[in-house]
Design a protein around this ligand. Structure first.
Ligand code: 4AD
Ligand code: MG
Length: 441
């Protein structure tokens, strides 16, 4: 009899038909007269039943989880009162093992347990990725990037792909990865911001989704050495427009993901209490945040109260965000705490038109600002920071040839996912995370 080769996601539409599927054995439950398999092919899961002649030829021990199989059979609706993925099951009449995974001591299920030591789990990331949680996170990650791209496209913001190998720093020298570039020093990019700024006069508003690299010398829940950086740069805007845009984008992509059946189901499973952020986001001046920290007994790492001019460390920032328990736009950071390119506040030049978006459970997810537009002011900023401006000629030229107000931001994709999916660490939100001391697998 003929069979139709299909991916599993399409099987529920093929009730009554004879189909052929390929996949990996996700679960295997042998019983006396029936063997139940759950098979996955990356598009969905399917419950399959082997019975009668099919299991006469089969030694139950031959079938192991994570083996690849081909199965042919008839699609049936599950019986009343029973559940299976997609509401259907496959009554198998022909099967074949394509690649048998080991059983016994080396069986897949035995190698990765919830209580497996973290460094062994990290070594086994390639296997961990087959698990339901990791798969769900990666699926939402894909849908999130797509939702961002759709939102940018809708707003006439154009995608570009800046270089990863560069010879200038954006966010300070201390986190640069340096390498030898044909005998000259070069770095892995920390941020594509400066490159985005240079194409505003040709493409208008632009964005990129590009890997950024930071030689972070600490091990935290939210720092990676390589992360996916979603950055946008907007022209002819003012600071308030930048804040409004950020709020719009974040709400837009969350709405898109909640409207999508796949991502909304995963969000419900991994983060059952998730509420889409309500607008407007709380906008909090840096100086009010310092006041908040002191009034709520959130101390600095050395146990002292915060004073204006202090950096707000990760722990304090997270404590405050968790207490307030909604997205916060923290604005107007002191000039001395921030990068050289930030536009000073007209009303208080020691502070900047800058913003961090803080999310519960993670803290900073976005960093952005308006940029210095005046050539001389920019040159003075290089001088103040002790950064030679010559290597940046391609960036500073933008202030010579038709300068204008503009601003932008960078969003850490893994941090955004950690917030959305309630993950303990950004490491769970990266395919093969890199952090201090780990670049394998
Ligand atoms: O705040 P950052 O350093 O800002 C910039 O790089 C700007 N040049 C971006 C811009 O305006 N175009 O980084 C932006 C975001 C942070 O808010 C955080 O979410 C993420 O990038 N990020 C990291 N994520 C994971 N691991 C790290 N080590 C990160 N460093 C920054
Ligand atoms: Mg930042």
């Amino acid at each position: 009899k003929e069979s139709k080769k299909t991916k599993i996601y399409a099987v529920p539409e093929l009730v009554g038909q004879r189909v052929r599927i390929n996949g990996w054995v996700h679960r295997f439950r042998p019983q006396k007269t029936n063997y139940f398999l759950v098979v996955r092919d990356g598009t969905a899961m399917l419950q399959c039943i082997l019975t009668g002649d099919c299991i006469k030829t089969l030694d139950a021990l031959d079938l192991t989880t994570e083996s690849t199989v081909e199965l042919v059979g008839t699609v049936e609706k599950v019986k009343e009162g029973q559940t299976a993925p997609g509401g259907v099951e496959l009554l198998v009449d022909y099967w074949k093992i394509i690649g048998r995974a080991p059983g016994g001591a080396d069986a897949f299920d035995g190698r990765l347990q919830q209580d497996t030591d973290a460094s062994i789990r990290a070594d086994l990331r390639h296997l961990e990725l087959r698990g339901e949680t990791a798969t769900s996170v990666m699926r939402v990650r894909a849908l999130l990037l797509r939702a961002f791209r759709d939102s940018f496209h809708k707003r006439r913001i154009t995608e570009v792909t800046p270089p990863c190998m560069v010879q200038t720093s954006v966010e300070g020298g201390s986190t640069l990865f340096e390498f030898d570039y044909y005998g000259a020093p070069a770095y892995l990019t920390q941020s594509s911001q400066l490159y985005l700024e240079t194409v505003l006069p040709s493409l208008g508003d632009v964005y990129c989704i590009q890997e950024s690299f930071r030689a972070e010398k600490s091990l935290t829940r939210r720092h990676l050495s390589e992360y996916t950086h979603l950055e946008a740069e907007l022209v002819f805007i003012q600071f308030k427009d930048l804040l409004d845009h950020l709020e719009d984008m974040i709400c837009d992509v969350v709405d898109t993901l909640l409207a999508d059946p796949v991502s909304s189901e995963i969000i419900k499973t991994l983060n059952p209490t998730f509420q889409p952020p309500s607008r407007p986001f709380l906008r909090m001046d840096y100086r009010d945040a310092i006041k908040y920290l002191n009034e709520n007994g959130i101390k600095k790492e050395d146990g002292q109260d915060h004073v204006v001019g202090d950096d707000i460390a990760e722990a304090a920032e997270r404590k405050m965000t968790d207490q307030i328990n909604r997205p916060i736009m923290l604005i107007h950071f002191p000039k001395l705490l921030k990068a050289f390119y930030m536009q000073p506040l007209a009303s208080a030049p020691d502070f900047t038109e800058s913003v961090d978006v803080l999310m519960p459970n993670v803290g900073e997810v976005v960093g952005g600002s308006m940029r210095i537009t005046d050539y001389d002011t920019l040159m003075a900023a290089y001088k103040r920071e002790g950064i030679p401006s010559d290597p940046y000629y391609w960036f500073t030229d933008q202030r010579k040839y038709g300068t204008t107000e503009h601003g932008g931001y960078g969003l850490g994709v893994e941090r955004f996912l950690a917030w959305l999916l309630n993950r303990w660490t950004v490491r769970e939100c990266s395919l093969y995370p890199r952090w201090m001391g780990r670049a394998t697998p």
